[in-house]
Design a binder for this molecule. Structure first.
Ligand code: SAH
Length: 246
């Protein structure tokens, strides 16, 4: 065992959606730094480690990013094996890329372990195939939350012909709706809003682009949730109904 930082994807929440490699890293860890969205049940794989909670949910009490990075660096320099456990995949809106580059800049060995990102798990749990021949030939993962509040390229998103999976979108449903509608996406495009994907308290709100804000409000949609926008959502519904009928 030697000084190293593992940036490990914890998956969307279901403890069984963890990779074997993640389990191996956790078993070796001396220090585990865990984010808010990580299911604490995963800590059963590292009873030997010192666990440090470094959650930083948007808008809530937070541990500054610079502090987290310095903490990782300090433990690694003291010769410890550090696991930074992040929700979903570390490099999908998880700052894994930034952290890896920063640590490598200090000569620290870094290994990234993939996790199943929330968008993939959420869609699958709701029976939605993100690609489907003849319906959608691609998937675009996008965050609604930008550092500088800049606008997304709505025209590119609306006209790209791919399924859209939106992260961090709950507080921005109205902007997303308006942006896509004004860029020409049909108002009846099916939408699925999936809260707590893969967890026992998972909930799904099915809607359409033009009324997704009011539907989400009536449903009481809360973060963490992902939005799946595209024709594949409608196909999942049909398949499920057909399955039920057969
Ligand atoms: N790295 C993570 C994403 C972190 S950004 C990943 O790959 O999944 C945080 C956003 O991820 C949340 O605002 C939400 O949009 C989404 N998210 C994370 N976990 C989720 C879950 N269990 N269910 C639904 N959305 C989730």
């Amino acid at each position: 065992m030697h000084a190293k930082v593992w940036l490990v994807g914890a998956g969307p929440g279901d403890p069984e959606l963890l990779t074997l490699k993640a389990v191996r890293a956790l078993r070796q860890a001396q220090v585990v730094m865990i984010d808010d969205l990580v299911n604490p049940a995963l800590l059963e794989h590292c009873p030997q480690a010192r666990v440090i909670a470094v959650g930083k949910r948007g808008g809530c009490r937070s541990t500054p990013q610079a502090f987290i990075q310095r903490l990782m660096l300090r433990h690694a320099r003291q010769g410890r094996c550090v696991v930074r456990l992040k929700g979903g995949d570390p490099c999908i809106f998880g700052r894994g890329g930034e952290e890896a580059l920063w640590l490598q800049g200090y000569g620290i060995e870094v290994e990234v372990v993939n996790g199943i990102t929330a968008g993939l798990a959420g869609a699958t749990q709701c029976g939605i195939p993100l690609t489907l021949r003849g319906v959608s030939r691609g998937v675009t993962l996008v965050t609604a939350h930008t550092q500088d509040d800049s606008e997304l390229n709505w025209a590119g998103l609306a006209q790209g012909g791919t399924t859209l999976v939106v992260y961090m979108g709950v507080a921005r449903l109205e902007e997303i709706r308006q942006g896509l509608l004004s860029a020409g996406m049909p108002g009846d495009t099916p939408v699925s809003m999936i809260e707590n994907a893969s967890l026992p308290n998972q909930r799904e709100c099915r809607s359409q682009l033009q009324r997704m804000g009011s539907d989400a409000h009536a449903f009481g949609l809360r973060s963490p949730a992902i939005l799946v926008i595209g024709e594949v959502v409608g196909h999942a519904a049909q398949q499920t109904l057909q399955q039920l009928a057969s």
